[in-house]
Design a binder for this molecule. Structure first.
Ligand SMILES: Nc1ncnc2c1ncn2[C@@H]1O[C@H](COP(=O)(O)OP(=O)(O)OP(=O)(O)O)[C@@H](O)[C@H]1O
Ligand SMILES: [Mg+2]
Length: 258
């Protein structure tokens, strides 16, 4: 079966998108799934996290976007770094992704490039995870249009609810022109069970999302930062840690969706 495509996005920065992409992907890989992570963020944090540095990355997702359709298979071959981090393959991002808006200005069907290009590698994987940038841009539109499920990490704090509104405005705009609406599910991240404010925001979120939220809640765990410093995922540091167990639970929920 062709890979399910999970876009991890929220227009608010620092809410756990990259951590969710790599930890959920890592959890799925530990369950024997073939996982490819695409780093669609110009800041390329997932790429750096996998210890792929700009000076060594000669082909990034930028090259895929600007390539002709006939060149896509060859670009994918150079783009994918096999088993780059915790059993996952990764296609690196690059700061050049920032230039896409200008470079692609006159291209037709530019919002569906990723959806079309990904078909060339979809059969090789069970899941393709898209780590998205924190702002509305051509990459985010491409990610949403390619996705089977949009996963929205939401930091359990009051300000995080603001980013949500921006994302839903974008979703409504896109849904108007799509044959079927984009399927989505939120996940509460960085939850501190000792903080009353966190509990309150989680209650609010559950009401607001009306069922479209994972049961699993991702708690605060310092090992996530350790993992990014060490170029691995939390599973390589402590697979029994609370953070690792919660992404393993989330992966179980994801597997039950199809
Ligand atoms: N559950 C968590 N507990 C503790 N720290 C976390 C947790 N999730 C993420 N972090 C840390 O918070 C910081 C931001 O997380 P991350 O990079 O995943 O967010 P992001 O949404 O991808 O940010 P950006 O919008 O900049 O791409 C990182 O240092 C990460 O290690
Ligand atoms: Mg990120």
């Amino acid at each position: 079966m062709a890979a399910r495509i999970l876009a991890v996005a929220n227009q608010k920065g620092g809410v756990g998108k990259t951590t969710t992409s790599l930890s959920l992907g890592g959890a799925l890989a530990r369950k024997g799934k073939r996982v490819l992570v695409l780093d669609l963020d110009p800041h390329a944090c997932a790429t750096l996290h996998a210890r792929l540095y700009p000076e060594t990355v000669t082909v990034s997702l930028y090259e895929l976007f600007v390539a002709k359709e006939s060149e896509w298979p060859a670009v994918w071959e150079q783009l994918i770094h096999t088993q780059a981090i915790s059993g996952m393959d990764i296609a690196p991002g690059s700061i050049r992704l920032n230039d896409l808006e200008d470079v692609m200005h006159n291209r037709t069907c530019k919002g569906t490039i990723l959806a079309r290009a990904v078909r060339k590698v979809r059969d090789r994987y069970d899941f393709i995870v898209l780590d998205c940038p924190p702002h509305m841009c051509l990459m985010l539109v491409n990610a949403l249009l390619a996705s089977d499920l949009l996963i929205i990490p939401i930091q359990t704090d009051f300000l995080a609810l603001h980013g949500l509104r921006l994302l839903f405005d974008s979703l409504h705009t896109l849904n108007k022109v799509l044959p079927s609406p984009i399927r989505y599910r939120a996940v509460a991240t960085m939850y501190d069970k000792r903080a009353k404010a966190c509990m309150h925001v989680l209650d609010l979120l559950r009401k607001k999302m009306d069922g479209a939220i994972f049961e699993t809640v991702i708690g605060v765990d310092t090992r996530f930062r350790e993992a990014s410093a060490l170029g691995c995922t939390i599973f390589d540091i402590d697979p029994k840690s609370r953070g690792a167990c919660s992404y393993a639970d989330m992966a179980e929920e994801v597997l039950k969706l199809w």
